[in-house]
Every structure is written in structure tokens, then in C-alpha cells.
Design a protein around this ligand. Sequence first.
Ligand code: SF4
Ligand code: MG
Length: 336
Amino acid sequence: MTAFLSVKDLFVRFSTEDGTVKAVDGLSFDLERGRTLGIVGESGSGKSVTSLSVLGLHDARSTEIRGEILLDGQELTGAPESVLEKLRGDKMAMIFQDSLTALSPYYTVGRQIAEPYRKHTGASKREARQRAVEMLEKVGIPNPSLRVDDYPHQFSGGMRQRAMIAMALVCDPELLIADEPTTALDVTVQAQILDLLKDLQQQTGSAIVLITHDLGVVANTVDELLVMYAGRAVERGSVREVLRAPQHPYTWGLLGSMPRLTSDVNEPLTPIPGTPPSLLAPPPGCPFHPRCAYTAEAGGEVCRTERPVLPPGRGAACHLSAERKRTVFNEQIKPR
Ligand code: SF4
Ligand code: MG
């Protein structure tokens, strides 16, 4: 049985003036209907490129994609644009980080929600407008039958984000990809939007991929977690497993740079030293080795020469022994 969304050995490269960027390097994951997968990593880790590749929204002229992306058994890599266009909005949809760029300032919010609905269902203008009002109500916009004729600038940031969710969900997509959907919002609105996504998922049984750089966002929202670094998946597991007993030094770093609810505000956060590598020339061996504090414990040389493999199921792509992963986390990272 293939999963509802199945990504296998995905490689994404694009050419730039400076050379070839290895944006995604051998990524595999599965996602079932009704489940949410969180993909976490710093910017430039390949998260957004992965979602654009699934939706076929990358620039086909400069991008090379290898591997398999199966949606409900249908191969998306190499599928003609006409096929992808039909799937987008209907079977799969995306919520972007920035509602100001995703919504056009020139059309009313209602029209922008109604348009994809008309296109995919053949509904009349009137029916589509009615559907837009319903969708605005569903995402919690007060007075939807009046607000449907507003322009995006008449909405607050949180309302625009809700309108964008309404637009993405108008055709009941079975796969929803949300790329940093709450980054631009304040914490209270963030929580409301994430709750909204969860409610809508319970009603429709859609599969959701939630992309974020913020581990705090995933804790209450996702079922499974994939941590990405330099275009590769470095750790995977249920969100509970990964947050309680993370195994990869990069995940330890992400946790250390995240404020804790229980900590007092003056507790210093520890950013991960160094910067993510250039994907024009990723480091050999483990891509995290230039920033990793545990290479000696793993045997030193092996980190610089051998690429660690991510095992299927729960695990981390790291040369540390299972025992060291456990003890280092319990003794050094957890008490911090
Ligand atoms: Fe660090 Fe080595 Fe593990 Fe990479 S493989 S995360 S460099 S210990
Ligand atoms: Mg991004």
C-alpha cells in the first residue's frame, strides 16, 4: 500500500549564475490522509523547495527534479502542467507565509475565493459567491456576507491569513501544504490559525504538511515530524518522540534556540553557532559537521567523510551511537 502522499528519493537542483544548488538531496517521506506532517528547519534547508516541487510550482526551466512524488497513487514528477494545474486548488492546495503577496490587492477577497471554486467546479458566479461567504464564515471572519466585498487591505493581517486559508480550502483539497502559515502573525492569532487548520482537518480528513522554522509551532499541531538540514532529512519520528528524546545534534540545537514556556524570560537562548552551508557546495560527510559539537564523540573523521543515513521510521542521520545519542541528550541538553 502506498501512502496518500509518498515522496521517494527526491532530488531537486537548480542552476544559478554561480553553479548548481542542491536544494533537496534524497528526501523520502510518507503522509496519510487525516494526518499532519511537520517539516522543520532553518531557511535554506529545502523545506519550501520541497513543497513547491510537490505542487509543481518550481521554475521548470532552471530546476531539475528526480525521484518520485506520488499523490493518491498518481505520479507528479514530470506530470504535464495541465495535469498539475487541475490538481492544484482542487486536490492539493497551498497556504503561503505572506498573505499580502498571495492575495491580489486589485480584487475583492470574495472574488479571490470564488474564482478557483468556479474554475474547478463550474459553479455559477452566484453559487461561487455564496461559497465564498460560507468559507469566510468557516474560517471565522465576522459578518462574512458584508466582508466578502472587501479588498485585502481592508482586512487585518490575521484576517488576511484566514482569507488565504479560505481560498486554499474552497475546493476541499485532500492535501494542504502550509508554508510558515503563521510566521507573520502575533502569538495569539498564530494559535487561532493553527487551531482552525486542525478543526478543518477534522471535518474534511485532509492531509496537511506544515512547514516551519519554529519547533514551538509544531508541538500541538502535527503528528509526525521531519527535521531538515541542508536539503536532507536528518531526523524523523512522531512529534512526541522527537520533542521528548531528540537524537540529532541539529535538533538539539533547534530546541536550545527555542524559548520554553516554563522558563523565565531572562533565560538566555542558545543559537546554533555558525550558519547553514552553501548548497552550491555542501560539505562532504555529514552536512552538519562544520557546526557540530559532537564530532569527536562520533569518531571525528567519519563525520567529515561518510554521509550518515536516516533509517526508516524513527531515527536520526548521525554517526553517534544510539547509546551516545541518548546519554548526551539526557545529561547535557535536557537539563539546560
Ligand atoms: Fe554531528 Fe557527526 Fe552526528 Fe553529523 S554525524 S550530527 S557531525 S556527530
Ligand atoms: Mg521557506
